[in-house]
Design a protein around this ligand. Structure first.
Ligand code: MLT
Ligand code: MN
Ligand code: ZN
Length: 351
């Protein structure tokens, strides 16, 4: 890691970044190149969201699962993409990125995205900090895989997640013995925050109805801040995205953020409330573990149908049992009719 090298780029033109892509291979120094382009059109960067992992905990296929989806994908009889566990990255300039959730698959995810490893010095990464939406295993265990960082990991999380991550699943305590941790508090008062070094993006967290992780000392008595939705705003244009991989219910504040967002990336875990029960994989309903199912009365699809047609609607954090993973399923066809997309690993959204 290191933002010292990246500080010279992107080139500045007044208050704007100028196009740098076309400069590849130019051996002149940054200042001369900037001068050369002073009369070029100004291209402000877009906030970009890239999906590193689009599956829920367990990934797809899940190592021990022989459900129709997992078995079909393994046998090659199902038209579907494999997916790794839940994580996205966010950037305002395409060079410096914030990691949002650190999945146990992070090393494979980074290997699949070479520009996140720009190799400007011996030890280097484009990831400058990590924002957590909760303390779930699938969102936090990857921090242990990133323990070689050359400086303390800046980790943004709520007090409730911090308590879980220093007790029930003490990842942040363990990490202190490796890279170190510089914890930054996510407040629930709606105050915006920034991720150091990741310019052009404003962040805001909204508490959402969901559940703390199964290991949490207060699993059955959820608190505000166990799970948050993130609102990512492009500081230059004001366009925003709402990211909520765990969303058990949609209250007024979440709904109002969804209505004003250009793009919603929301809980795509289960198609039906009893999906795991019907399969014999669990005794719990989707809602009981903090995930609003897509189908049925009051389900995610009903909510998405009420959003403006121009809003990009994407389901993310998809469990391996969900029939929408099968690209030939009736459920997937229904999503297509409704203009709802299914996130996949490597998907990139420009706000
Ligand atoms: C969840 O969001 O409920 C998870 O995916 C659980 C897990 O990490 O296994
Ligand atoms: Mn999860
Ligand atoms: Zn499965």
């Amino acid at each position: 890691m290191g933002d010292s090298d990246s500080r010279g780029f992107p080139l500045r033109h007044g208050n704007h970044d100028v196009r740098v892509e076309s400069l590849k291979g130019d051996r002149r120094g940054p200042r001369k190149r900037a001068a050369l382009f002073s009369d070029q059109p100004i291209v402000a960067h877009l906030v970009r969201i890239r999906v590193l992992g689009s599956a829920a905990g367990g990934g797809f296929p899940q190592w021990n699962c022989n459900c129709r989806n997992c078995a079909g994908l393994r046998r090659g009889t199902l038209r579907a993409r494999a997916r790794t566990q839940s994580s996205i990255v966010v950037s305002g300039d395409g060079k410096s990125w914030a990691l949002v959730n650190a999945s146990p698959d992070i090393l494979a995810q980074l290997a699949a995205q070479p520009d996140l490893q720009p190799a400007r010095m011996l030890r280097d990464s484009a990831l400058l900090g990590c924002v957590l939406v909760d303390g779930q295993i699938d969102h936090t265990t990857g921090l242990l895989m990133l323990r070689e960082a050359g400086r303390p990991w800046r980790v943004w999380c709520t007090d409730a997640a911090y308590a879980d991550l220093t007790t029930g699943h003490p990842v942040l305590r363990v990490l202190k013995h490796y890279s170190g941790v510089e914890r930054r508090r996510i407040d629930l008062d709606g105050e915006e925050f920034g991720v150091d070094g990741v310019g052009g993006v404003r962040w805001r967290a909204l508490p959402v109805a969901s559940k703390p992780a199964p290991y949490s000392p207060h699993r059955e008595s959820p608190e505000a801040g166990d799970n948050v939705a993130l609102i990512l705003t492009d500081a230059a244009r004001g366009r925003s995205a709402l990211y909520a991989p765990g969303l058990g219910a949609i209250d007024d504040s979440v709904w109002s953020a969804m209505r004003t967002a250009s793009c919603v990336l929301v809980d795509g875990t289960f198609w039906t409330d009893d999906e795991m029960i019907a399969l014999g994989a669990s005794k719990k309903r989707a809602r009981e573990i903090g995930h609003l199912p897509q189908s049925g009365a009051g389900g995610m699809l009903e909510w998405l149908a009420k959003l403006p047609a121009a809003t990009r609607k994407i389901l993310i954090h998809v469990n391996n049992t969900n029939p929408i993973l099968d690209e030939d399923s009736a459920q997937r066809a229904e999503l297509e009719r409704r203009g709802v997309e299914v996130a996949y690993d490597g998907m990139e959204i420009a706000l």
